[in-house]
Design a protein around this ligand. Structure first.
Ligand code: SF4
Length: 139
């Protein structure tokens, strides 16, 4: 378990030694507090990269949005009323990846292009990179 003590100590070590951390985690609520920059991966593919502040304030990729909507809020009333974005569809196998967006089987915005052409990370401004063919539909 990553506690506030761990967080404080990691920040201190980072400053003292001038280090850069590559921290891999599933808990996005914690990642927010320890990262300057965050990369979101789906089945081994980077789908979004941005500064921590930018990513949590303005997620773009449908997978990132779903992940962030699932973070529990420590206020029961707010938690009860928040809207989650459910992830549906089949989780593919990383052993059996073909061309196209790996998130396509679970994405409500997927089109034929998504199944045949792998989206590349593109800078949407402010060094906020997203890999998605259909941002006009999403934004
Ligand atoms: S590329 Fe297509 S399947 Fe992938 S996230 Fe964007 S809309 Fe969804």
């Amino acid at each position: 378990m990553f506690t506030s003590h761990c967080y404080g100590r990691s920040v201190q070590i980072k400053k003292e030694l001038g280090l850069t951390y590559l921290f891999i985690a599933h808990d996005l609520s914690m990642v927010k507090h320890i990262s300057d920059r965050v990369g979101v991966m789906y089945m081994g593919q980077l789908v979004e990269i941005a500064s921590s502040a930018e990513l949590y304030a303005n997620p773009i990729h449908p997978y990132t949005k779903a992940l962030l909507s699932a973070i529990p809020i420590p206020d029961p009333q707010i938690e009860r009323n928040k809207s989650m974005i459910p992830l549906e569809g089949e989780v593919g196998s990383p052993m059996n990846c073909t061309a196209g967006c790996r998130f396509a089987s679970r994405c409500r915005y997927a089109t034929e292009r998504c199944r045949t052409e792998t989206p590349q990370l593109e800078d949407r401004g402010e060094h906020h990179f997203t890999a998605c063919h259909n941002l006009k539909k999403i934004l």
